[in-house]
Write a protein that binds this ligand. Structure first.
Ligand code: GRF
Length: 202
């Protein structure tokens, strides 16, 4: 499976994916890492791992559409089959999403459909929920709304700060994101409307 990872920041999920592709022998190859942020930690991690990386500055384009067209051409050129959003802080337009139907996945640090959008861990702490977690989902035209592939649950402790909860959730992110990529690489997912089924071994 040919993959591209999009990241805007630190890149810890990107690193977890790299590590698990090797360790768990996932039949996947990261063709490139794309970042919209010059100083993204993810770019440094790509360099260290010898993975192709590209920083493309959206500000250099007249419009968001022009920027996305550039991304589409890079993806097509590399024959990418799956786009993995790992802390990519831009919303992809309907134009882009339509080009890669059911080929874009995202990870979100809450149990969707609760706490969509930014600072999901703080939203959970402020709301006072007792459990939160993370969700890997397909990307559709909404924000954090696409069909859910996998979720992991963590406890929220009374004394948790948003940062405490974020750290506990992040550990689970690093587990489930590579697991989902493995399932996709092994063609074990089937999408029926909103429902994503995991096919059993023959
Ligand atoms: C993660 O919490 C992820 O759920 C969210 O952005 C963060 C990215 O972290 N979408 P990292 O860059 O992978 O370390």
């Amino acid at each position: 499976l040919k993959i591209a990872v999009f990241a805007s920041g630190r890149g810890s999920n990107f690193q977890a994916i790299i590590d698990q592709i090797k360790r768990a022998k996932i039949p996947a190859e990261i063709k490139f890492l794309l970042s919209d942020q010059k100083n993204a930690g993810a770019l440094k991690k790509a360099e260290k791992e010898g993975i192709n990386s590209t920083f493309i500055d959206p500000a250099q384009f007249e419009t968001e559409l022009a920027y996305e067209k550039k991304l589409v051409s890079l993806l097509k050129e590399a024959q990418v089959e799956l786009i993995v959003l790992a802390g990519y802080m831009r919303i992809l337009s309907p134009f882009f999403v339509k080009k890669f139907k059911k080929q874009i996945i995202n990870i979100h640090p809450s149990l969707l459909p609760a706490f969509k959008g930014l600072a999901a861990q703080k939203q959970a702490v402020d709301y006072g929920v007792k459990y939160s977690g993370c969700t890997v989902h397909y990307v559709d035209q909404g924000m954090d709304t696409g069909p859910i592939i996998k979720q992991a649950v963590v406890k929220v402790k009374p004394e948790d700060s948003a940062a405490d909860l974020a750290a506990r959730i992040l550990k689970k992110e690093h587990q489930i994101y590579p697991e989902v990529i493995k399932l996709i690489a092994e063609s074990k997912l089937k999408i029926e409307g909103r429902k994503v089924k995991i096919l059993k071994e023959e």
